[in-house]
Design a protein around this ligand. Structure first.
Ligand SMILES: [Zn+2]
Length: 316
């Protein structure tokens, strides 16, 4: 797995309060911007010609574009569309290209092709890329009358919008785009799977075959601490967890375990198969799907032991 390549976004989900773990964000994000400008242009040009996204319904897309243009001043914002992603941003021209050609048209496009192969996202959604914290907070206040609960960005299904502080890097944008792509073809996707996948790609790179892969990120620190304390989430609990429980008081640990289960399956070449077996209801339940992609004759406890042993070898 190439660890030199571009993409090291980081994000929230657990406000720093939980267990007092720090979230290193800005530094990594700045690094990504520098590397990305070198690595992305050629891929962007290629991906542009091979968009995985069918054109969205023109009327629905225009409605969202009109809303953006009504709400945001043309003197400060650029407006652009990439498949179903109706983008408005106050970034400068070069940074706009990096995020639209790099994050959206290249990385997200490849994730759409690699993983979500049944129903590519066609439903249009607004993508606000606010250039920094001040813009993000100010426009959230002005447009929605509230201060967001996360400093990085979020996906609001009711507003049909991904709302980003893109100044923190593209990691959160990819995370939320993964949700938007997953839900198009798997509306009932359980939170543990949806968040495991979203979190996986918030720190992404390319492997030797050019595939987008998630790489170790800040959530590893929390998981290693859980493993040390003997409190890491049991896979038997995780893969059957209700959304309410997943987002409950132990959510930080749930995110971390789900994320590294996905990265481990990715390392085994089984991530896509696992996701699709659950999406397509191939097996009786997710535990059966997990056992199936791990050879069948293993218990969930044995899979968990293997995965967590591997996690302990990871470095950030
Ligand atoms: Zn998420």
């Amino acid at each position: 797995m190439a660890r030199t390549a571009p993409y090291r976004g980081v994000r929230r989900d657990r406000p720093a309060a939980s267990k007092g773990r720090a979230v290193p964000i800005v530094l990594v994000a700045l690094l990504a911007v520098g590397l990305a400008s070198v690595l992305w242009p050629s891929r962007g040009a290629r991906a542009e010609n091979e968009s995985p996204w069918p054109e969205p319904d023109a009327e629905a897309a225009k409605k969202l574009a009109d809303e953006l243009k009504r709400d945001l001043p043309a003197k400060d914002f650029r407006f652009e569309q990439a498949g179903p992603w109706i983008v408005a941003t106050d970034l400068d021209a070069a940074a706009t290209r990096r995020f639209i050609d790099g994050t959206i048209r290249t990385y997200a496009a490849d994730i759409q092709r690699q993983l979500f192969d049944k129903t590519p996202r066609r439903t249009p959604v607004k993508v606000y890329l606010f250039k920094d914290e001040r813009s993000y907070n100010g426009w959230n206040e002005k447009l929605f009358g509230e201060k967001p609960s996360t400093p990085y960005g979020y996906y609001s299904r009711t507003r049909k919008a991904l709302v980003m502080n893109i100044g923190t890097g593209g990691g959160t944008l990819l995370h939320e785009m993964v949700h938007a792509m997953a839900e198009e073809e798997f509306p009932a996707i359980p939170a543990w799977l949806n968040e495991g996948l979203g979190s996986l790609y918030e720190a992404s790179s390319r492997d030797a075959k050019g595939r987008v892969v998630g790489i170790a990120n800040w959530r590893l620190t929390g998981l290693l601490a859980d493993l040390k304390a003997g409190t890491a989430v049991k896979f038997a609990d995780l893969v059957g967890m209700s959304d309410e429980e997943f987002y409950g008081e132990n959510s930080g640990s749930n995110y971390a375990s789900a994320r590294y289960l996905m990265q481990w399956l990715q390392s085994q070449g089984q991530l896509e198969a696992f996701y699709r077996r659950i999406r397509d209801k191939t097996d009786d339940d997710p535990q059966a799907s997990l056992r199936a992609v791990c050879g069948g004759k293993v218990t969930i406890a044995e899979i968990e032991a293997k995965c967590y042993a591997w996690v302990k070898t990871l470095k950030r």
